[in-house]
Design a protein around this ligand. Structure first.
Ligand code: SAM
Length: 200
């Protein structure tokens, strides 16, 4: 029974596909917007910044990032789900037409971005789906020195302890790691992590 439930959950949220994926996308767009806003507001990236969003899902965070960096900035979204890329393409159509947002097939482990090319990388509710060591190594590779990493995830879906996640981020070479686990009334606690690639 547990296996069946895991498969269903995966088709809605983990690796969204088909009709369940589209329904999952609508649920995520409503239910996870606060976490996307947290990442956007905490990073407060300047106009012209280059941002990478991994596992962007329906595209709420991509649209926030596009507004934040403006016409001189660039936002790359990578997600392995074709269904999510379709939803995000529709949600960000204007910013894509303006050349601000680019959406590609990819994952946290394989972003296709050049070394040291990004000012920040954002992951909302997908770090539990990564090969964590490979994903964090990729984040370190693509961020410029001083570039920042923001990870937000619901506590109940995180497949390790928040402290272990923070330790793994440090082990990947990040510094200034801050971790907050904030209780919420209507959901499990919000795990919020910020970190920085060292400047030298
Ligand atoms: C639960 S959804 C979260 C989407 C959105 N960020 C949100 O919070 O609403 C998880 C997303 O991660 C994507 N994903 C799955 N495996 C991934 C990986 N290895 N790296 C990056 N994203 C992945 C899925 O396709 C899906 O779009």
């Amino acid at each position: 029974m547990r296996k069946i439930w895991e498969c269903v959950f995966d088709a809605f949220f983990g690796h969204p596909r088909g009709l369940p994926g589209r329904i999952g996308g609508a649920i995520m767009a409503r239910g996870n917007a606060d976490q996307e806003r947290w990442a956007d507001e905490r990073l407060a990236s300047p106009a012209g910044a280059h941002l990478l969003l991994v596992g962007h899902g329906p595209g709420i965070g991509l649209a926030l990032a596009a507004d934040r960096v403006g016409r001189t900035g660039h936002v790359v979204g990578v997600d392995p789900s074709a269904t999510m890329r379709q939803l995000a393409n529709a949600h960000c159509a204007e910013a894509i037409a303006a050349g601000v947002v680019e959406i590609r097939d990819g994952s946290a482990e394989h972003t296709g971005c050049a070394d040291r090319s990004m000012d920040a990388m954002i992951s909302v509710n997908n770090v539990m789906l990564w090969d964590r060591r490979a994903g964090l190594a990729e984040a370190h590779r693509v961020l410029r020195p001083g570039g920042r990493l923001a990870i937000a995830v619901h506590r109940h879906v995180l497949n390790t302890s928040p402290e272990q996640l923070a330790d793994d981020v440090r082990a990947a070479g990040f510094v200034d790691v801050t971790l907050h686990v904030s209780p919420r009334r209507m959901n499990s606690p919000a795990v919020e992590l910020l970190a920085c690639r060292p400047t030298s």
